[in-house]
Design a binder for this molecule. Sequence first.
Ligand code: NAP
Length: 328
Amino acid sequence: MCPPDILNQDLHGRRAIVTGANSGIGFVTAKQLAKQGASVTLACRNEAEGRARADEIRAEVPNADLEVRKLDLGDLSSVHAFANGYLRDHDSLHLLINNAGVMNTPQGKTVDGFETQIGVNHLGHFLLTELLLDTLKKSAPARVVAVSSCYHDKAMGREGVIVLDDLHFENRKYEGWVSYAQSKLANLLHAKQLAKRLEGTGVTAVSVHPGWVRTQLMRHTMPGWIQDYVMRPILSMMGMVEPWEGTQTTLYAALAPDVADHPGAYYSQTGTYRDKSKNAGGWPLESPNPHAHDDEMAQRLDELSRQLVGLEAASAHQAPEAAQPAGS
Ligand SMILES: NC(=O)c1ccc[n+]([C@@H]2O[C@H](COP(=O)([O-])OP(=O)(O)OC[C@H]3O[C@@H](n4cnc5c(N)ncnc54)[C@H](OP(=O)(O)O)[C@@H]3O)[C@@H](O)[C@H]2O)c1
């Protein structure tokens, strides 16, 4: 758990974006940051749901400074529209929490033709981060937190690797867990490479594993009612925790002063790793996946991601006009 002084830090005057803030870990992260006084942008694929969840936060935190903006990470034009809208209305950003994600989805493609999990979990966040980077630097000290997973190491028995020349499973058989592991390893390497690029700027990038948390993430693996009702006592005994507990690592990575001394590090709640001695987690933890320490891979992924999201030809994906904030 986060030490109380971190959860009592005064965040007035600090601006945060939380992706996937309408559900699970993202919702609790947004609520806690708002409780501490931060101005929080809930970046949600479904604006109506985002607004409903913002109202829930306001019911608990009457002075919460919130806005809801549409962000579909599976559509680069939506990422551009989100960033344009945000930057039109705000000139600072202190915390970017790249939290949204999907897991073990059936084979599919994003609007831009990327495999769904690498597209949503990594490439959408990659573009978002790039578009907000100058503002993060201007606002330093600032943080970028990538919500990765212990499954970057091993997901249901499949070791996490990034196949740079077949990121989208065009020449290999698609498997949902292999794809999830690839996308979560990409989150970790993204934070690592970003940290390198941001050296000396006062912006710290890190990645986290939140633990095994009772959220909607399992929707493509097990019906929610089985997880939440039928199996809940057994799953809880096996280590599944509630969203508040599962938000602690993100909050620590976003707020703890000592995190600035560990740029690019991976912070882990308890997890399942190939090396069982790592299962207790660590803030930070050295990943047992050798690819997580492959600097050349991190750099090549960075270059490929840049190319895939069209940063060299940014105008190709530029939204015609900035999206309006959906609520305030
Ligand atoms: N729960 C765990 O045990 C666990 C363990 C390790 C890592 N994680 C990581 O934790 C993060 C948060 O997941 P969670 O457990 O809180 O699951 P969740 O309750 O399913 O929340 C995921 C969020 O991501 C959003 N999202 C999905 N696709 C999106 C898209 N195309 N564009 C924008 N937003 C999108 C969802 O929006 P919709 O509601 O519109 O779908 C939802 O708000 C994920 O990155 C996940 O990989 C979770």
